[in-house]
Every structure is written in structure tokens, then in C-alpha cells.
Design a protein around this ligand. Structure first.
Ligand code: GAL
Length: 377
């Protein structure tokens, strides 16, 4: 009895020292979970459920193959946002080589939302097929009855085949322009891209969907926001009531402006987006935009970074993935970005910084360390 008690006591002390270890955020530094291991949840998406935070992300592995999905999507949980418990693999890749979700495909930027009507947790992610680089540009769907999974893979699609965006003018629907007729990235090419060169090309088969996020509005409507048209134009696409499909209602946002890594949040009835430019794993100047409706029109607000030239040029060496509203606090939002390390992807770090507002413009400043009392002011 005595022995059992002391073992229990030691275990409690141990788990307390490991788990309850963080009291603040240290952007860009190694961030250990409850097991003392750097959190492995890149391109993350967050969900608040039953008063608990869940962090879903890409499980990276060591070395050059580590950006491909060797394991799947991880999930961590937290009560306080500083200390995260590893809840394991939420969505596992398949060993079955006939499955599109086969080990070695690419799974990026997983996002999970909860459907109040069906009681299901719905995960969408950027999915590239094994051996095809980034050509497929699909979005994948997985569902679960439990927040931490396991999630069951359902399908991958190119959204909205045979449907025009609601804000695409009739005059451009029949425009005679072929992608092969233009020199890649020439002035004419950019002009045509803006006028829907790739939108028309992909009209029958469905649109490209790469970097992505999900946003659920107060009325329960969900939107799938993804980088489309060769990463040149964002699409904001409405999801069906069960969140398992696209309704066909979608808009082109900031055509030809190369927005990637979208993250959307709502404050005082307005919708804000943080995004990045298009430079692969290398960081670039962040962007921000505002709208009165998730489907736009979106008005660019410029680089949200306030800091040194270097910080503005690299968004604190990070690329956006999510803006997290802090629970039980009004107008408290956290910018969450990835500091990618593509040569050894598992080593990638996370940059969490508070979002501040200058008038109606969201801004982000650097803090070596900070905690949630920041929002008390
Ligand atoms: C980035 C994108 C990442 C990943 C990477 C691959 O631009 O944001 O999610 O797709 O390109 O090079």
C-alpha cells in the first residue's frame, strides 16, 4: 500500500513537472509537450470544444522526406494554451497503396470544425497525391465522432467542378485564352491569370485547392478558403450544412494577388484575414485584409507586421496558419505561424503572437515572451 502510494506520488510529481511546465509563450523556440517532446503539429488548425483547446497539425519527420505524410495528422489538447498534451494521431495515413491517403502522399494544413447538427468533427486538409509533387492540388475530407479521432478518410476533391464563382463576370467565361499561349509569369500571363486563365482551364474538372483554412461563422455556416488557380487567387467556398461538401457557391478573392496560408477571424462583425505571399517554405511579408462577409469583397490592409525591416520582410520568420480566438476573453486573438525548416521538417517551430489593433487594422508585434494577461489591458 505504502509502496503503491509513493509510486503514485512520484508519478504525480513527474507529470506535474513535465506537464505544468509552461506559463508563457516563447515564439520561435522549441515547445515541449507533456512528454517533453517538441510539439509536432505544423500548419496547425485549432478547435475549442468542451472548454478545451485542440491543436491539429501535420506530423513531420526527420530529413528530406519529412514533409511528406509518413504518419498523418496529430492532435494535442490544452486547457491553458501553454501546456499541450499529445493525444496521438488523429488521422493516420494508409498502408494500402490503392488508397489516395497512402503513406508518402502530402497532407498539409489540416483544419477541424465541429458540426452542431450532425455532432461530427469534420477535418479538411490540403492533399497532394503520392508521387505527383504538388500537381493534384486537392482538398481531402475526414470525419470522426470524437474530437481527438480517429478520423476516417472520406474523399479528396478539386472543388466546384462545372460551376463559376458568383463574382466572375459573364464576359470572361468565354474568353479565348490558353495557358500555353503565354510565357509563364510574363506581364501578359499575370493579366490573363487575373482574368481567369486557370479558372477556365479547371472549370470542368474542379478547381485547385492548396493552402487552406476553414472558418465557421456565428450562424453556423462554414467556409473553405483555399489558394487556387496556380496559387494566384484565393477561393472562398461555402460548405454544405453538414460541412461534408461544397454548395457550389464560391467567390474569387484578390485575383492574381498570390495569397497563401490564409487565416480568418471575426471581430466586431468584420472579417479579417492574415495571409502570406508565395515563396514556398521561405518566409515573406505577411498580408492582411478586411471584409463585411467571408465571401468578400476583401480589401487589402497591408503587412500586419510592425517591427524592423527584417521582421516585416519575413513576418518574424514565419508563415501564417491560423488566428486563434482565446476563449472566455473578448477580442483576444493569437497569430499562429510556422517557422518552416524544410531540410529537417520535424524541427519546425511555431510563432505565436498577440494580435493588436491600430484602429481597425490588425497588427502584429514581436515579443520574446508573453502570456495571456497581455489581453487584460
Ligand atoms: C508553401 C505552403 C506550404 C507548403 C509549401 C511547399 O508556400 O504555404 O503549406 O505547401 O509551400 O513548398
Amino acid at each position: 500500500m505504502k509502496l503503491r502510494f509513493s509510486i503514485l506520488f512520484c508519478a504525480m510529481i513527474l507529470s506535474f513537472t513535465v506537464y505544468g511546465q509552461h506559463e508563457d509563450f516563447h515564439p520561435g523556440e522549441t515547445w515541449k509537450d507533456d512528454q517533453g517532446v517538441h510539439i509536432n503539429a505544423h500548419g496547425g488548425g485549432f478547435l475549442i470544444h468542451d472548454d478545451t483547446y485542440y491543436w491539429f497539425g501535420e506530423i513531420k519527420t526527420k530529413g528530406s522526406e519529412g514533409n511528406k505524410a509518413q504518419v498523418g495528422v496529430s492532435v494535442y489538447s490544452s486547457e491553458d494554451l501553454y501546456n499541450w498534451e499529445n493525444k496521438g494521431v488523429a488521422l493516420a495515413v494508409h498502408e494500402d497503396t490503392t488508397s489516395l491517403l497512402v503513406k508518402g502522399c502530402v497532407i498539409e494544413r489540416p483544419k477541424v470544425i465541429f458540426n452542431e447538427k450532425t455532432g461530427k468533427f469534420v477535418m479538411w486538409f490540403h492533399h497532394e497525391l503520392k508521387g505527383q509533387g504538388y500537381k493534384a492540388a486537392m482538398t481531402g475530407l475526414a470525419v470522426s465522432n470524437n474530437v481527438a479521432g480517429p478520423y476516417t478518410y472520406v474523399k479528396s476533391v478539386n472543388p466546384n467542378p462545372g460551376i463559376w464563382p458568383s463574382n466572375f463576370p459573364d464576359s470572361l467565361k468565354t474568353r479565348d485564352a490558353d495557358p500555353d499561349d503565354f510565357e509563364w509569369r510574363s506581364d501578359e500571363w499575370f493579366e490573363e491569370v487575373e482574368k481567369g486563365l486557370f479558372l477556365r482551364r479547371d472549370f470542368e474538372k474542379g478547381q485547385m485547392a492548396r493552402d487552406m483554412t476553414l472558418f465557421v461563422d456565428d450562424d453556423g455556416k462554414a467556409y473553405h478558403i483555399h489558394s487556387s488557380e496556380g496559387n494566384q487567387t484565393l477561393h472562398v467556398a461555402e460548405l454544405t450544412d453538414d460541412y461534408l461538401d461544397f454548395t457550389g457557391n464560391y467567390t474569387r478573392v484578390l485575383p492574381g494577388q498570390q495569397n497563401e496560408a490564409p487565416a480568418v477571424f471575426k471581430k466586431d462583425g468584420k472579417y479579417f484575414m492574415i495571409s502570406s505571399g508565395l515563396t514556398g517554405w521561405d518566409p515573406n511579408p505577411g498580408r492582411s485584409a478586411v471584409a463585411d462577409h467571408p465571401m468578400g469583397p476583401w480589401e487589402p490592409l497591408g503587412n500586419p507586421v510592425v517591427g524592423t525591416e527584417e521582421q516585416m520582410r519575413t513576418t518574424f520568420k514565419s508563415q501564417s496558419t491560423y488566428v486563434l480566438p482565446v476563449k472566455d476573453r473578448e477580442n483576444a486573438f493569437i497569430y499562429i505561424g510556422d517557422r518552416w525548416t524544410p531540410k529537417n521538417p520535424i524541427d519546425g517551430k511555431y510563432v505565436w503572437l498577440p494580435i493588436e489593433f491600430e484602429g481597425e487594422r490588425p497588427i502584429i508585434r514581436w515579443y520574446d515572451s508573453w502570456d495571456l494577461t497581455f489581453f487584460d489591458n
